[in-house]
Design a protein around this ligand. Sequence first.
Ligand SMILES: NC(=O)c1ccc[n+]([C@@H]2O[C@H](COP(=O)([O-])OP(=O)(O)OC[C@H]3O[C@@H](n4cnc5c(N)ncnc54)[C@H](O)[C@@H]3O)[C@@H](O)[C@H]2O)c1
Length: 350
Amino acid sequence: MAAKISKKRAIVVGCGGMGRAWMKNLQDNPRAELIGVVDVRNDAAQSAAKDFGLAPETAFTSVAAAIKALKPDFVCDITIPAAHCPTTVAALKLGVPVLGEKPLANSMAEARLMVAAAAKSGATSMISQSRRYEVHHAAIREGIRKGVIGDITTLNCDFYIGAHFSRVGHLDFRDTMESPLILDMSIHHFDLARYFFAADPVSVYCQEFNPKGSWYQGDVAASAIFEMDNGAIFTYRGSWCADGRHTSWHGDWRIIGQRGTITYENDQAPKGERCKKGAKPGFCTEQEPVVLPDTKINGSGIAGSLNEFLDHLIKGKPVQCETKDNIKSLAMVFAAMKSARSGKREKVTW
Ligand SMILES: NC(=O)c1ccc[n+]([C@@H]2O[C@H](COP(=O)([O-])OP(=O)(O)OC[C@H]3O[C@@H](n4cnc5c(N)ncnc54)[C@H](O)[C@@H]3O)[C@@H](O)[C@H]2O)c1
């Protein structure tokens, strides 16, 4: 007889677009169960409960009240960035593990509070950096780890999408943020850079701007140059106000090592070339294709991060993006914003 799966019971805080994606994610996972929802807007909580087949009394407007009533095994914090710190800290204070959406927090001070709250409570606090859970990304990371193009010297990422959030029904929180691109989107790319080549940031020079005709209030475009702790340079260019010829949401990447290059564009399988061993010297060295390792992942995007968190809760396996590690990716965001305001190169500290 097959062993009975014990499901981990979860509540979702934040019943917006992404909160609903998480409710579905939980209901689709055989090891998880959605048992309640929370939103500061009672109507949003009630309508999510109804749409996901929950009783009205499992919808709350306070995370603490929901935890006390429903006693979940974990909380998914899918609120807006400004609410991540109070929501996650409230759950951790009650000893409940939290799997939260990026960005970790709205400031470094809040992020440090969250890291301290997790350490004090002993409950795990993990950020779902969903773009880590893609088969092509795992292959790039593994290829780099195995040295298929030698030591990495240069990493470039371009991200260009014309994203009209406010035109899909309501005024969106990103419309009024000071740095919507860097804080709400580039965090994915900055974190991917750390994921791809297992290096941490040292310093950054960044210029943010709001392109002419932008439909955002804050600066929604940026160019940034990071130095990483292995000496490599990571150059980032991005805009959410760029209609036409979009890049992938993952960004388009060029990764250069001492022996060759990997490019990854439009979500297509990454391609690589490297100098052929024993090639005759010439203006350009003869190249051979790079074969990246075959990698397996357990679910892509938020399905992958949920599986990693469940493996942790059920089997005690470590997670990649505990807040105490993810704070380094957030530090890239805030150092870039600081540099954009000071006009100077800034240290990345956390
Ligand atoms: N991983 C991804 O690809 C991805 C994609 C989209 C959004 N996100 C992230 O998900 C989060 C939510 O984004 P969204 O697009 O769903 O936003 P949204 O504005 O659609 O929804 C946020 C919800 O949180 C609620 N809320 C605000 N403060 C709250 C509080 N203190 N307590 C309880 N509820 C509160 C709001 O009322 C709203 O219903 C953000 O952090 C965003 O960056 C991630």
